[in-house]
Every structure is written in structure tokens, then in C-alpha cells.
Design a protein around this ligand. Structure first.
Ligand code: ADP
Ligand code: MG
Length: 237
């Protein structure tokens, strides 16, 4: 399967971090919608990509050595014009070179600026006793300060997926609190179930972090995606 090719080739190169573009390719193949990026390796390519995608766009550093892109000045949002794309391309490379001089840089990913939605996080990590565990929570402040998250052990059933969404204290935020739009809970459940199946079938995956996913009244979109692979033994003798 194609998503295994991406993983196999990363492992072969001795990498444990997929780039965001690679991680989103894997998700797209699984049927999870993403704000998909296009790699640019020059200012001109970045402008071309932005024009193909349509403004406004987002530019992000693309590197298998950088886990937290905004921490190193590697993300610029809501870019409106070709000139601003060129400027952002230069600024990102310059900031990253200053803050992360040893990182090997593949280029800059150009992606559509997503419509705002309700921010959620979907993650998978491996517990020593329980194995793969899925996490669901509301994004931003809710997860960082309040630790308002729900966990389930892989594999999860349809009912588990529904329950873990309803378990978080912030659930009313997804459920039309004070007349706000209701999030598409089916779309979120679909992502949870798809990740569960994928992780079960792909032991080489060590960690997944979809942060944020935007939940809409219809559908949900993975805006950022991180996939970390298990370190493999490359030689035996
Ligand atoms: P990081 O590696 O720092 O987590 P992200 O890709 O998550 O980088 O980008 C940082 C923040 O920028 C996100 O949390 C989100 O708020 C915003 N963002 C990123 N990509 C997009 C996008 N395509 N559309 C709209 N907002 C985005
Ligand atoms: Mg992120």
C-alpha cells in the first residue's frame, strides 16, 4: 500500500519523523481530510504553488529534523499576495537557520489557509503496559492547561469513539453550546476509528499527533499532522 511506501522509505533513510507533507499524504490515503501542502524549494516555486492552491495560503518549514515548527519561527499564516509569499519564504528560512542551524531543510510547504473551526486534538502514543492508546481532546488552552482529554486503548469500536468524544468536560463546546454550531461528531469519530485501524495494522508507527484538527458543522480537517516511527535495527551483525 502507498502509505507504507512513505513509511518504508523514511525508515530506509534512517528517519523517525515524517515531514508534515508525508504525514498528510498517509492520512489522505486513509481517507482523512487534510490541509495538504505542496513542497516548494524556491521563492518562485512557492508563488507558483500559492497561485495553484489559491490565496490566502500558509507557509511552513519542511524538515525531518524539526518537530515543533512554530517554535522555530517556521510557520506563517494567512499570506495574501505573491510578494508576501516570497517574503515569508525568505523569513522562514532565515529564522529557522538562526534557531536550528543543524536541521536539514527540505524546503517550505505551501498549503491552503483553513477556515476556522473548533480546534481538537487527536493523538496516539504507546503505553508500556497497554500498547497503542488513542487520545482525544479540545485544542489550545483546553488541552495545555486543563488537560481535558480522553483516552482509549487501540482497537476502538464505533461506540468507544463516540464515548471518548462525549467524555471530555469540554464536550458542550462541540455540541452547540449557547446556540453555536454543532461539530460534525461523525467526522471526528471517523478519524478516531481510522487512526485506530491504521495503528493496529502498522506497528512501525510510534506516535501520531493531529494538532490541530478543525471540526466543522460538516466535516473535519487535519490542519497539522505529525507521525513518528519506531527506531528499527538497521544492522544485525
Ligand atoms: P507546529 O509544528 O508548531 O505545531 P502547526 O502546523 O500546528 O505547527 O501550525 C501552528 C498553528 O498555526 C496551528 O496550531 C494552527 O493554529 C495554525 N495553522 C497551521 N496550519 C494552518 C492552516 N493550513 N490553516 C489555518 N491555520 C493553520
Ligand atoms: Mg501543530
Amino acid at each position: 500500500m502507498a502509505q507504507h511506501e512513505i513509511i518504508a522509505s523514511a525508515l530506509q533513510q534512517g528517519r523517525t519523523l515524517l515531514t508534515e507533507i508525508e504525514a498528510k499524504q498517509v492520512l489522505q490515503e486513509l481517507g482523512i481530510a487534510t490541509a495538504m501542502g505542496q513542497l516548494a524549494t524556491s521563492e518562485a516555486e512557492a508563488v507558483q504553488a500559492a497561485e495553484a492552491i489559491g490565496f490566502p495560503v500558509v507557509l511552513k518549514i519542511s524538515s525531518a529534523d524539526i518537530v515543533h515548527k512554530s517554535d522555530v519561527g517556521g510557520v506563517q499564516l494567512n499570506i495574501q499576495t505573491p510578494d508576501a509569499v516570497r517574503q515569508a519564504y525568505r523569513d522562514i528560512l532565515q529564522r529557522v537557520a538562526e534557531r536550528e542551524p543543524n536541521a536539514s531543510i527540505e524546503g517550505v510547504a505551501v498549503q491552503p489557509m483553513a477556515q476556522p473551526g473548533i480546534e481538537v486534538i487527536i493523538g496516539m502514543s504507546k503505553d508500556v503496559s497497554f500498547g497503542p492508546v488513542l487520545m482525544f481532546g479540545l485544542g489550545g488552552v483546553m488541552v495545555e492547561i486543563l488537560k481535558d482529554v480522553a483516552f482509549r486503548i487501540v482497537p476502538i469500536s464505533e461506540q468507544d469513539a463516540e464515548e471518548m468524544i462525549r467524555d471530555i468536560k469540554g464536550f458542550p463546546v462541540l455540541d452547540g453550546y449557547r446556540g453555536a454550531a454543532t461539530a460534525d461528531l461523525g467526522a471526528l469519530q471517523h478519524i478516531l476509528r481510522t487512526i485506530s485501524d491504521f495503528v493496529e495494522a502498522t506497528p512501525a508507527v510510534k506516535e501520531i499527533d493531529l494538532n490541530p484538527v478543525y471540526a466543522y458543522s460538516s466535516g473535519a480537517l487535519a490542519v497539522d499532522a505529525r507521525i513518528i516511527l519506531e527506531e528499527t535495527q538497521t544492522s544485525v551483525a
